[in-house]
Write a protein that binds this ligand. Structure first.
Ligand code: HEM
Length: 265
């Protein structure tokens, strides 16, 4: 591509929009710890954005039968997830009393309302029309979630890939409603056992999907523990029962068939 001489040469500040970025942290109180709370949530939203970018890439690579590159991208996703889980340590340096100094200023704000987190869930097969309807029609968030609600999940892309790899994935699974929950299936489990026993390349791919599933569960577990130590049994600012609600989401598998076969191998 020829150089575009109409634009001034990029600098660190102009390329990364540092002035804009540094203007986005606007505490609502004078309390010292609120800055950390804002920065860490903004950093998470950036990682969510990058995860979505990479998850879309994995789906596209699987559709193109580029399983090696799909695995490479999955490794990047898993590395980001590990960093995301580790970042909770930073927030855990904030004591319950420090959090209480500004908590009431959050009103109803909560990670519960993060549309990018819901987008990640949707790509991974945890879809809900109820969740979609929480966002105002016409907003960026609603449009993004609506698109992902109808789009194939990572599991769908994987099943189609397996089918093209000559595995007898039943047509009903290939034509399944992509907005429906991913239910365990004995037929798919039989195929996966076969993959693990005689197809090391695709067994590796399965293992990366298990890593991803475990990584998301790890984030949920660490988040709920942080919530328990910071607000105990108080209700969430987002209006849920708080830790009791979050505990119900921990340990729910994204890809149940990949867990079900462990005892059959
Ligand atoms: C002091 C720190 C934090 C506390 C006390 C806290 C508390 C909570 C609570 C109580 C909920 C349940 C929903 C509600 O009623 O509000 C929740 C949900 C959530 N939080 Fe946090 N949170 C904290 C930090 C974070 C951070 C740093 C993130 C990163 C983005 C985050 C992301 C989320 C997400 C995505 C949900 C929705 C989970 C789901 O519905 O499965 N939280 N949080």
């Amino acid at each position: 591509m020829p150089d575009d001489h109409t634009q001034p040469a990029a600098t660190y500040g102009s390329y990364l929009r540092i002035d804009d970025l540094l203007s986005l942290q606007q505490p609502r109180s004078v309390e010292h710890d609120e800055m950390l709370f804002i920065v860490i949530h903004q950093v998470y939203e950036l990682w969510f954005k990058e995860l979505l970018h990479e998850l879309d890439r994995v789906n596209a690579l699987l559709e193109q039968d580029e399983s090696h590159r799909a695995q490479h991208t999955l490794k990047r996703i898993l590395t980001i997830l590990k960093v995301m889980v580790a970042q909770l340590d930073i927030l855990e340096t904030m004591t319950p009393l420090e959090f209480l100094t500004f908590r009431q200023r959050l009103d109803a704000a909560s990670g519960f309302q993060s549309d990018q987190f819901r987008q990640i869930e949707f790509v991974l097969g945890v879809k809900s029309e109820h969740v979609l309807r929480r966002f105002p029609p016409g907003s960026r968030a609603f449009a993004a979630l609506e698109r992902r609600y109808a789009a194939p999940t990572l599991w769908d892309a994987f099943l189609h890939y397996l089918s093209r790899e000559q595995y007898a994935v039943p047509p009903a699974h290939l034509a399944r409603d992509a907005s429906a929950p991913i239910e365990p299936s004995p037929e798919i489990q039989r195929i996966l056992v076969d993959v693990y026993r005689r197809d090391p390349k695709n067994a590796e791919l399965c293992e990366r999907l298990v890593d991803l599933d475990e990584g998301i569960q790890e984030w949920r577990y660490r988040h709920v523990k942080m919530v328990e130590r910071t607000i105990g049994t108080r209700r969430g600012t987002g209006g849920s029962a708080g830790a009791a609600y979050l505990r119900e989401t921990v340990g729910r598998a994204l890809f149940p068939d990949l867990w079900a076969i462990r005892s059959q191998l």
